[in-house]
Ligand binder design. Structure first.
Ligand code: LMR
Length: 398
């Protein structure tokens, strides 16, 4: 009975990992998926996570979590994003543990679809993370792109971005990347965030923050929460979707947090009850292990300090790789300007490589990347960066 099922295309990001796995060439390099690797190309278990794991081992727990997850985790995760912003101080934030960032987005969109009182499409940046469009559509919503990146300057097109916030109907929904914009690595400055926040407040737009890289933009988790805390303190309508995959290196644990800013603690009660009603038929309750690890770390000052060092170590290695790559491209004689790679932040560089360059890198050089020219800087290390620079120089020669 499935004879009419058509074969679907591979995922734009995870499909690259599948192709990489199939490649038998020993020189192969995976710059596709955003997953941290150390300087020998190996996945990392953060020292803080390693310690938390040994603490957890002493009190094994394989019970079901409540539908909304581990309370200690949602509290600590929410304050990691908001710090002591006024809605959190006033107990006006409804939080629910989610299946990482994707699960937070999916649940948040389902909540918006069912309860947001205003109609309209979800505004997403152009470009944005490959999964956003599908998450929005699968939740029964529609999206519309807003201008974000300027291919000429390889920076932010703040003028058009603000213009589109202004011309969108009142109470529109805007998806924003809290920091380390994926795929471009281009973030608004703090002054630009203030302009965005002010205009969004005047239009009463709902801000949806995808916060998947807290700590990865600057190496400082507080700096990277600037936009979220600004919007919260200014009482903008907002929802935050946090992922702990990258900043805790907990990719497979599927650990995230969805938080909805409300007007009163009574509203929190009502919103929380509905978030649980939405989550229960999707996956019953979230996995316990990752929430225990993250809450053990964030709830213990010593482990938290270790974790802050761990995050900075990862961010710094990526920053070093940016300058190595650019220096090597120059020393290989590339006549292009690659300076945007050092200016961009977060896990990715948005190189400007064209689809034909990407195909050539994959087919001839065994270097895997997404077709939009995004490369995961975390896939580079001191052993492969020269090989990658040489290949990029070759495929982009005039
Ligand atoms: C990415 O953009 O590579 C990551 O967010 C991983 C993913 O699920 O796509």
């Amino acid at each position: 009975q499935w004879s009419s099922v058509p074969k679907g295309p591979p995922d734009a990001i995870l499909g690259i990992s599948e192709a990489f796995k199939r490649d038998k060439n020993p020189r192969k390099v995976n710059l596709g998926v955003g997953a941290y690797r150390d300087d020998s190309g190996k996945p990392v278990i953060l020292p803080s996570v390693q310690k938390a794991k040994s603490i957890i081992l002493e009190t094994p727990d394989h019970e079901y979590l409540p539908i909304d997850g581990l309370n200690k985790f949602t509290q600590l995760a929410t304050s990691l994003a908001y710090d002591n912003a006024s809605p959190l101080k006033d107990h006006r934030v409804a939080s629910i543990q989610s299946l990482s960032g994707t699960g937070a987005l999916r649940l948040g969109m389902a909540f918006i679809k069912r309860f947001y009182p205003y109609s309209g499409k979800v505004y997403i940046p152009n470009p944005t993370w490959g999964n956003h469009k599908a998450i929005i559509q699968h939740s029964g919503l529609e999206f519309i792109e807003y201008t974000y990146y300027d291919p000429n300057t390889k920076g932010l097109n703040i003028e058009d971005f603000l213009g589109e916030i202004d011309s969108a109907p009142k109470n529109s929904i805007f998806l924003l990347h809290a920091c380390a914009h994926n795929p471009t690595g281009v973030d608004p400055s703090q002054d630009q965030w203030r302009e965005i926040q002010d205009l969004m407040a005047r239009k009463q737009h709902l801000a949806i923050f995808d916060m998947a890289y807290q700590g990865f933009a600057s190496g400082d988790v507080d700096k990277d929460a600037f936009a979220v805390r600004l919007f919260a303190n200014e009482e903008n309508p907002m929802i935050v979707m946090q992922s702990f995959a990258k900043n805790f290196g907990l990719y497979g644990e599927r650990i995230g947090n969805l938080s909805v800013v409300c007007n009163s603690s009574q509203e929190v009660d009502r919103v929380s009850s509905q978030l649980k009603i939405l989550a229960r038929p999707m996956y019953s309750n979230p996995p316990i292990y990752g929430s225990r690890i993250v809450s053990t770390i964030l709830g213990n000052p010593e482990l938290k300090n270790q974790w802050l060092v761990d995050v900075k170590t990862m961010a710094d290695r990526i920053i070093n790789m940016r300058s190595s790559l650019v220096k090597l491209l120059e020393s290989k004689g590339s006549l292009h300007d690659w300076s945007h790679i050092v200016k961009q932040i977060g896990m990715f560089a948005y190189t400007g490589l064209l689809p034909e360059n990407c195909n050539e890198l994959m087919d001839k050089h065994h270097i895997y990347l997404t077709m939009d020219g995004r490369i995961s800087m975390a896939g580079l290390n001191s052993k492969n960066v020269e090989y990658v620079a040489e290949a990029i120089e070759t495929v982009t020669r005039f």
